[in-house]
Design a protein around this ligand. Structure first.
Ligand SMILES: [Ca+2]
Length: 468
């Protein structure tokens, strides 16, 4: 013993005294599951007003948690929306303002960005990704390099659910990966494979805290609803019937996941976050529609409310209110600091844009943590679509609406809405309110000026707003 240096003995003592405490603290922490749906319309859930389709699992989650009525995605399209959710930073600051490439080798969320998975992993959680990624298709940007111990899913924007081939354009390529390696499961429904993988992960890690990012690729096209749901909705008009069947098929699988949590007795030990990544699609592959934005104008790709104001729910039975509805403005970037506060986990990146929603979860009258919120998609050039909201006022630049838009060129350039008096953004109030326009323009310019020095790996080739 006398030959062992004192500092080593001290270190050993430190390990004995500190590590068990740290492990105990980690073991006491709740699990976190983030459920993300893909292209689910703003009005497409029973608890968000849908009358013609069934979403019992999503509704049950709302009944056992807090449901937001002014919840915003970080972007109206897949990749930047996911970047905001996983980093807690505006997509521009996270370095990804457009869709990541769906081709192997494509850029994505810069590896330097710190994801929610990295945050939980650093705190001792076991971390799992199941489903769609669409945040980079090269080793350093794929899930295992962004904080996930385990990863199962597709790297690009969309796949056929049975063949697992990319479903956008050629050349045909298979996209199903387990921990970065391509695997073959032909003929099996992708979401059912996700469930099998996630259930095994939960069972294996039931005795210690885990973080799951369950990113469903539904109801994103191709609409491939289960036969029983297609029968259920056979009298709905096309393509609402196809969309509804696929959304209910999606909802049913969310129910299976949450039942697994309940069956293992983990319900009170598990925080569940739910949101859609962007509004419903009106692309040709989506049969030009099927989804609904409810009372809002716009859809996927648009910074009208229908593209970004979406279902957003959080549940933690016994710890946060159940069956509560919150009207305060909340944002996808808020989930990271919110679950960090709820779990007692340290936020690694001090530069996040999200704010903890914990005070709002406990109070219908607490102020929203946001006075001003920004969006920007499609790069930082003159053609970018951006929006800024301050209070009830919202200004959109370069409005993107479906090809059937009735907007004039002037309206598209700058559209000012007052959400207190016109929830549907039906009238452009810019000409009548030049002082408001100037104030919001200044807010945007100041925000942009503050981003200038930030690095970006965003690929200009990938800024066209599609799923390539
Ligand atoms: Ca999407």
């Amino acid at each position: 013993m006398k030959h062992i240096p004192f500092f080593l003995l001290s270190l050993a003592g430190l390990l004995v005294s500190v590590v068990p405490t740290a492990i105990r603290a980690a073991e006491a922490r709740p699990n976190v599951i983030v459920v993300l749906t893909d292209d689910q319309g703003a009005g497409d859930a029973g608890c968000y007003g849908a009358k013609d389709l069934d979403t019992p699992a999503i509704d049950a989650l709302a009944a056992r948690g807090v449901r937001f009525t002014q919840f915003y995605a970080a972007a109206p399209v897949c990749s930047p929306s996911r970047a905001g959710l996983l980093t807690g930073k505006y997509p521009l600051r996270a370095g990804l303002t457009g869709n990541a490439s769906s081709q192997p080798g494509g850029k994505g969320l810069p590896a330097s960005q710190v994801t929610m998975a990295e945050m939980f992993k650093a705190a001792g959680y076991t971390t799992g990704h199941f489903g769609k990624w669409h945040l980079g298709y090269r080793p350093e940007t794929m899930p295992n390099a962004q904080g996930f111990d385990h990863s199962f899913g597709h790297m690009g924007g969309c796949i056929d659910n049975f063949s697992h081939f990319f479903y956008w354009q050629g050349p045909n390529r298979h996209d199903l990966h387990l921990n970065g390696r391509e695997i073959q499961r032909p003929g099996r429904h992708f979401a059912d494979l996700m469930l099998e993988e996630a259930a095994a992960f939960i069972t294996q890690n039931r005795g210690k805290p885990f973080f799951i990012y369950f990113a469903l690729n539904m109801p994103h096209y191709p609409y491939q609803g289960d036969p029983k749901w297609l029968v259920r909705y056979k009298d709905l008009p096309y393509p609402r019937n196809l969309y509804a069947a696929f959304l209910s098929s999606c909802d049913e699988r969310i129910g299976v996941l949450l039942k697994k949590v309940d069956d293992l007795g983990l319900r009170e030990k598990t925080i569940v976050v739910f949101q859609s990544d962007n509004g419903h699609s009106t692309e040709e592959r989506a049969h030009f529609g099927g989804g609904s934005a409810g009372p809002y104008r716009g859809q996927k790709f648009s910074l009208f409310e229908g593209g970004i104001r979406l279902p957003g729910i959080i549940s933690w039975p016994g710890k946060i209110p159940a069956g509560a509805v919150r009207g305060q403005l909340a944002h996808a970037c808020d989930w990271l600091p919110t679950v960090a506060e709820l779990t007692g986990v340290k936020i690694l990146d001090p530069g996040i844009d999200g704010k903890s929603l914990v005070p709002v979860l406990h109070s219908a009258t607490a102020a929203s943590p946001h006075q001003v919120v920004h969006w920007l998609v499609g790069g930082n050039g003159a053609r970018a679509q951006w929006a800024v909201r301050e209070g009830d006022w919202k200004l959109i630049n370069n409005v993107n609406e479906a090809p059937t838009t009735t907007l004039t060129a002037e309206d598209k350039k700058l559209f000012l809405a007052n959400l207190a008096t016109d929830i549907s953004e039906s009238r452009n109030l810019a000409a009548q309110n030049p002082a408001v326009v100037q104030r919001l323009l200044k807010l945007h310019e100041e925000w942009m000026a503050a981003q200038k020095s930030l690095p970006t790996d965003d690929d200009p080739q990938d800024r066209k707003g599609n799923e390539r």
